[in-house]
Design a protein. Structure first.
Length: 238
């Protein structure tokens, strides 16, 4: 008889446990879901972002420099749910291509840093997924450093994108060294985001940058060392 009551009690506990446990888990999940899903209003709030990316030099810039890497930091303010202004700083680094001149070999580095002020327009500012466009002006610092130059002892080198132009024969060691320029530029692009926690979003964006470079007199006429870059950044905005 005691064994019967023990088995009956055990069966009762097993039958009662799943609904009770399920209710507890469901309540916890609902509480957690409500906390995660809750998104505070964007209007009148500050925003911060950081990211890493790969940068593709394009057009003439691509023929001088290899694909680079970058990191960026930003801070801004939401005027409305859809409109924000963000100030950003980005640092990027590239290697020089080694076959810039015939019968010679280059070794060097290219660094670009910029600060810009961008307008962000949210096309879908609320919800789990978001889409936005962005763009604005910026100030760009570019430095090109040639660390090694192998080949002929005297060469004519005139390449605005290396920030060096001399149509006469010059000693190799004249080209070795670093040169820099700071210029005005513009950028614009599009991004997508995914909200992971409250206002925190993971974003992926691509932006095209055009830099108005200095002008050089070359054997084929006047040319500007305009910079053109396409960074693709993966970051976190909160």
């Amino acid at each position: 008889m005691s064994r019967y009551f023990a088995i009956s009690a055990l069966l009762a506990m097993l039958l009662a446990a799943p609904p009770a446990l399920g209710g507890t888990l469901r309540q916890a999940a609902e509480a957690t879901e409500g906390f995660i899903e809750e998104e505070p209003p964007l209007a009148g709030s500050f925003t911060f972002n950081l990211g890493l990316g790969v940068v593709f030099p394009t057009f003439e810039t691509n023929s001088r420099f290899k694909t680079g890497w970058s990191f960026l930091l930003g801070a801004g303010y939401h005027f409305t749910e859809r409109i924000a202004v963000v100030a950003e700083y980005q640092y990027s680094d590239y290697d020089l291509k080694s076959d810039l001149l015939a019968d010679t070999s280059f070794s060097g580095d290219h660094i670009m840093q910029y600060g810009d002020l961008n307008l962000i327009l949210g096309l879908a500012p609320r919800g789990r997924f978001g889409v936005y466009i962005t763009g604005g002006p910026g100030l760009y610092y570019r430095k090109v450093e040639v660390t090694q130059f192998a080949g002929a002892e005297f060469v004519p080198v005139c390449d605005p994108w290396l920030l060096f132009c001399d149509s006469e024969l010059v000693p190799v060691d004249t080209l070795v060294g670093s040169r820099s320029t700071t210029d005005f530029g513009l950028n614009g692009g599009i991004g997508v985001s995914y909200r992971v926690y409250g206002p925190m979003r993971v974003y992926l964006e691509a932006r095209y940058h055009f830099i108005f470079g200095p002008e050089y007199s070359t054997p084929t006429g006047s040319r500007r060392a305009n910079g053109q870059y396409l960074p693709i950044n993966l970051g976190l905005r909160f």
